[in-house]
Design a protein around this ligand. Structure first.
Ligand code: MRU
Length: 352
């Protein structure tokens, strides 16, 4: 039988070969290929080019990546080791700016490095291996808990809508926004799921729609600009999206197109849930104004997916990869620690 994404881990560490193994998501859905990354530039490139993507998955990839960088450092002097480690950390951190999980995972690894430094380089390396595996294990557990809480908001036969890919391919397992869908599917809920295609990189069409339909769910693909029509028709009982960074007042960065979806949800009275591992809540960001939004190459809009450039040569392109949804448009956050309701400045603070 042909393998599916459920047979291959999205991201994992192969310590024996000192490699980070990922599914190259730029090739999906046409080709399911696992690639091995050993060198730091290859790991940086894979994160930047979205071969591995989705906030939790890039956090795990970065943790494995910094462990591999540390493992490769052949030195006994702890001060030199720490200096090289921090250089590698800053390099990996520069690969994508918006998803806080990347910085969060690297900071967690840095803390372990600093705590163990007095015990010598081999002890630091052993502790880093333990920590990176723990980050991956926690990710899976977190997604399952988000799934249980999210499912408690739903009933059999519901119509659901999601944007981008906050699925298995964005995490170690289950996804965040898709976790209630997976658990409901296992329990016979019979959801009808709409997936926004998610311009310009089509994570919704290429990844989420394929992922959920391969799992046997009822999936309908729509272009992003059709979502309001589907909501107005009453086909959607709840919207579930993921997030890349949640500010302490509840403003939330997620894939570009999330904010207009939230506005439409408010207009048509559809609950808008953000599935958020607590690692994506950033205690250092007070409001959405403090979130750096990644801008990506123009070609992703003007050329990618087309046989030839699809607009005039002199046309300028604006390509922000994320937008910020105002807290007031969000019904609740579904975290692994429970469902957080407004006022978010108070409820978010209870889990951070
Ligand atoms: O640019 P991407 O594909 O990394 O963007 C991904 C998203 O916006 C996801 O919704 C978010 O990272 C949450 S993934 C659980």
């Amino acid at each position: 039988m042909e393998k599916t994404i459920f047979d291959v881990p999205t991201v994992t560490l192969d310590d024996d070969s000192s490699s980070l193994l990922i599914i190259d998501q730029t090739l999906l859905p046409g080709e399911l290929k696992q690639i091995a990354l050993k060198e730091q530039p290859a790991i940086h490139e894979a994160i930047y080019k979205l071969r591995v993507r989705g906030a939790p998955a890039i956090g795990v990839a970065a943790a494995h990546g910094i462990y591999l960088a540390a493992k490769a450092l052949d030195m006994d002097d702890t001060a030199d080791f720490a200096a090289e480690f921090l250089k590698a950390r800053d390099y990996l951190k520069s690969s994508r700016p918006t998803a806080v999980n990347l910085a969060w995972a690297l900071e967690r690894m840095t803390r372990v490095m600093l705590e163990k430094l007095d015990e010598g380089v081999p002890a630091v390396k052993a502790a880093l291996l333990k920590e990176t595996l723990e980050i991956q294990r926690e990710d899976e557990e977190t997604c399952r808990a988000i799934g249980e809480y999210g499912l408690s908001l739903l009933k059999p036969g519901d119509g659901l809508l999601t944007h981008c890919n906050a699925g298995q391919l964005a995490t170690s397992r289950y996804g965040t926004a898709t976790a209630p869908m997976y658990l409901g599917h296992e329990r016979g809920y019979g959801f009808h799921i709409f997936c926004d295609e998610t311009r310009p990189l089509l994570q919704g069409a290429r990844l989420t729609a394929t992922e959920l339909s391969s799992a046997g769910m009822d999936v309908t693909l729509i272009c992003d600009n059709m979502a309001a029509t589907v909501l107005k028709k009453g086909l959607v009982d709840a919207i579930f999206v993921g997030c890349d960074r949640v500010a302490m007042n509840g403003d939330t960065a997620n894939k570009i197109g999330t904010m207009p979806l939230a506005i439409a949800a408010k207009r048509f009275g559809v609950p808008f849930y953000v599935c958020a591992p607590t690692s994506t809540i950033d205690p250092d960001t007070a409001t959405g104004d403090g979130i750096v939004i990644e801008e990506r190459p123009a070609e992703e809009v003007s050329d990618m997916w087309y046989r030839e450039r699809m607009t005039g040569d002199r046309v300028k392109v604006f390509n922000p990869a994320f937008d910020v949804t105002d807290a007031e448009l969000i019904t609740a956050f579904v975290t692994e620690k429970g469902i957080l309701k407004p006022p978010f400045d108070i409820s978010l603070a209870t889990v951070k």
